[in-house]
Design a protein around this ligand. Structure first.
Ligand SMILES: Cc1ncc(COP(=O)(O)O)c(C=O)c1O
Length: 403
């Protein structure tokens, strides 16, 4: 079987195991990148829903414009203005069905099949799958200058939650190529309000992607895309041709919720909550799997972990699910095959912190069962975070040293 075919087969097996895991009672979920259900403001959202469906004129139940609801666009624009995009107007904000649609639109606008896109060695799986499905070749960042576009998460990357250094941001801003800047996790940087987007210094080339999926709830599917001004009309036509507009009801509920909520306060609470969970999971992994390495994340929902051996990832996931714990195999995030030790993402966002210790113990049992095959010696495994990234300095006590 060819490499592409065996990868497809492995992905199907991972999908089946993940679905099975999601419905298995008692399984400890360390997979998925899902926000904590504990943090969904259910009551406030229910109240917002009732208010918007009772409004006279019921815009929440009616068709709207392709660009989205004006007051919601204004709120997003004003938050981005506060982060340095001083000339941004509501007219620059296009409301999308989540960040995923924003990335898809940017790709449709910027690329054609057969072209290439520069990505990190590990990246967000559904973006990588999108790029592959559009016939794009994935190339490393060092080759960004010859690519049709660049896809990056400078502030809180998925997987691993690293944040780019100032020099790396500067270098990226200096590449004269269109950049898709994905800020899905940016507001969940543990250290506080996120850094300025690259879009501040390269507005004419950056397609800025954001979402309420991680900070409010993904079920609403409300995200946004900020295109460079000269792309505005083309992006509106594309949005209209794609799905007419984003869901009116979801936009109205989000807007009504934001009108009454102290969103900055909410973000502070989320940052503290997830940082605490990251510490708890990190401690559990260090206790039960001391030979595994990871850097403490600067934000987000997961740890990117490098094991000490190379194993069949499907077999490992199968063994873990049997033991009663789920994780995200590294192959999902890898932009191209690598031969170093097996990597995986462990999420601290969804499960209960009280279960992390037991989750790590089960993971260790599955790992021992498998008796990981040692990888061939290589000068530098591909798993560790790229050198242009840094992690949370505040939590250095949790970062394992690289071997
Ligand atoms: C980096 C990144 N970008 C985009 C998305 C998609 O977000 P949304 O739910 O808003 O479509 C995700 C979801 O996990 C993500 O991790």
């Amino acid at each position: 079987m060819g490499e592409a075919q065996s990868r497809k087969r492995a992905l199907r097996q991972v999908d089946a195991l993940t679905r099975h895991a999601a419905t298995t009672a008692g399984l400890i979920p360390l997979a998925g990148g899902l926000p904590s259900e504990q943090q969904f403001p259910r009551r406030a959202l229910a109240d917002a829903f009732l208010r918007v469906v009772s409004q006279s004129g019921t815009p929440a139940l009616q068709y709207g414009w392709p660009e989205g609801m004006q007051s919601l666009r204004e709120r997003i624009a004003s938050r981005l203005k506060a982060r340095g995009l001083v000339n941004l107007e509501a007219a620059d904000v296009l409301i999308t069905n989540g960040a995923q649609q924003a990335i898809t639109m940017a790709i449709e606008l910027l690329t054609k099949p057969g072209q290439s896109i520069a990505v990190d060695a590990q990246s967000y799986p559904s973006a990588l799958e999108l790029f592959r499905s559009k016939g794009l070749t994935l190339v490393p960042m060092e080759r960004a200058r010859e690519a049709s576009a660049v896809y990056v998460m400078p502030t809180v990357a998925n997987p691993g939650g690293a944040t780019m250094t100032a020099e790396a941001r500067g270098r990226l801003g200096g590449i004269r190529r269109p950049i898709i800047e994905d800020e899905a996790y940016a507001e969940l940087a543990f250290a506080g309000p996120p850094e300025r987007p690259i879009a501040v210094d390269a507005r004419e080339r950056v397609f800025l992607v954001g979402t309420f999926s991680k900070t409010l709830c993904p079920g609403l599917r409300v995200g946004w895309l900020i295109v460079p001004p000269r792309w505005r009309q083309r992006s509106l036509r594309l949005k209209q041709a794609t799905d007419l507009q984003s869901n009116s009801l979801a936009q109205a509920v989000t807007d009504e919720f934001l009108a009454r909520d102290d969103f900055d306060r909410r973000l502070e609470i989320l940052r503290r909550f997830y940082r605490q969970r990251a510490r708890q999971l990190a401690a559990a992994i260090r206790r039960h799997l001391p030979s595994w390495r990871f850097d403490f994340p600067a934000g987000g929902f997961g740890l990117w972990v490098e094991t000490d051996a190379r194993v069949d990832e499907v077999a490992f996931l199968e063994a873990a699910v049997k033991e009663g714990v789920g994780f995200d195999p590294g192959m999902l995030f890898e932009s191209w095959p690598h031969e170093g030790p097996t990597c995986l993402r462990l999420c601290f966002s969804l499960g209960r912190a009280i279960d992390f210790d037991e989750g790590a113990r089960r993971l260790a049992r599955a790992w021992r069962h498998l008796g990981g095959r040692r990888p061939p010696a290589r000068p530098r495994p591909a798993c560790p975070a790229p050198a242009n990234r840094r992690r949370s300095g505040a939590s250095a006590g949790f970062a394992r040293r690289r071997r």
